[in-house]
Design a protein. Structure first.
Length: 337
């Protein structure tokens, strides 16, 4: 598809008052998810009483076009489960055709990967993150509420077959649930080009007791890796928050996402837009800035870019997770994690 230019109307690039520049947009395209993960939606997706439509294809084109005109190079499609959208391929094609967008990434639970990953690649998905919280099928079922382990694993293999050179696999680290599988995960990636990423459990409004019971610091794993000869890799500017470790004896890599670590926010380069059109400056915290009234027509680009820049100037230097302030977020499915 031919690249579609959206003119930069003169508004500044996305730089906050702490001189952090934002190249990376995490765009949720739906709140709906078909898994029931214990750390996110243990009761499954519950439709809101007051229904509000998710962003349309045109609204998505306009919001991503505004970000791209202000310097954003990478867009990650999140949810819920983004591939539940019937127009998912059209969304990918539209975003990947926008001038300035160099990468369109996808975060998925992987349930459709085996069947659809070739079409995702042809549409323009340049990289995939897939969730695998356990390599034990029974534990996988216990955590996700879905008996889909073998289906997801076949999807990962299929992704390599259709030409993906590396797959990122996400696992939420939980004490006494899957932390004991750390060595098993390492062995799994020894001969596979997989970046195995362990994400510290984060506290949300609905999950206080779960957090207190299962939270484990990723620093424990970092120290273990360093003792075993793993080396911390330098980040690229559009990389996410993971600290990535490599080892000369391993084809795969290990990534750690540790939001409670000191200075975690110092290298922040990403902003979030929800499936209902709100800009969120941080995964945790504020209500969000509504953008939807400025997504009605292409002629609103001047005001839209101005609102994005103005909102960014209110971004805090740090989140307040370590102080026990997890903001208003009830679960991570509502904003794409």
């Amino acid at each position: 598809m031919q690249s579609i230019p959206i003119k930069n109307v003169g508004t500044n690039r996305l730089v906050d008052k702490f001189q952090r520049e934002y190249y990376y947009l995490r765009l949720s395209v739906t709140d709906v998810c078909n898994f029931k993960c214990t750390y996110c939606l243990p009761s499954g997706y519950q439709p809101p009483v007051q229904k509000e439509s998710f962003l349309s294809l045109d609204e998505i084109r306009r919001i991503v076009g505004a970000f791209a005109a202000m310097g954003t190079e990478k867009v990650r499609l999140t949810g819920g489960e983004p591939t539940l959208r019937k127009d998912f391929l059209a969304i990918v094609e539209t975003i990947s055709a926008l001038e300035g967008i160099k990468k369109v990434a996808l975060t998925t639970n992987g349930y459709r990967m085996e069947k659809d990953v070739e079409r995702w690649k042809k549409a323009g998905v340049s990289s995939i993150n897939v969730s695998v919280d356990s390599l034990d099928p029974r534990q996988f079922y216990s955590i996700t509420g879905e008996n889909k382990f073998h289906q997801v694993m076949k999807g990962i293999e299929r992704a390599f077959e259709v030409g993906y050179e590396k797959i990122k696999v996400n696992s939420v680290l939980m004490k006494n649930l899957n932390d004991q599988e750390f060595d098993r995960f390492k062995n799994w990636v020894k001969d596979k080009p997989i970046q195995m990423r362990f994400i510290e459990l984060m506290q949300t409004g609905e999950m206080d007791q779960f957090f207190n019971r299962y939270h484990l610091s990723g620093q424990i794993l970092a120290e273990k890796l360093l003792k075993e000869g793993w080396i911390l890799r330098q980040k690229d500017r559009t990389d996410g928050p993971a600290k990535v470790f490599s080892h000369p004896d391993y084809l795969g890599e290990i990534g750690l996402i540790m939001p409670y670590e000191k200075n975690f926010c110092a290298s922040c380069n990403r902003l979030r837009v929800s499936a209902k059109g709100k800009l969120h400056l941080c995964l945790f915290g504020e209500e969000g800035v509504d953008l939807r009234d400025l997504l009605v027509s292409d002629e609103q680009q001047v005001i839209l870019q101005s609102r994005l820049y103005a909102a960014l100037q209110g971004k805090r230097e740090h989140h307040l997770l370590a102080q026990g302030n997890r903001g208003i977020r009830t679960n991570l499915a509502s904003i794409g994690g």
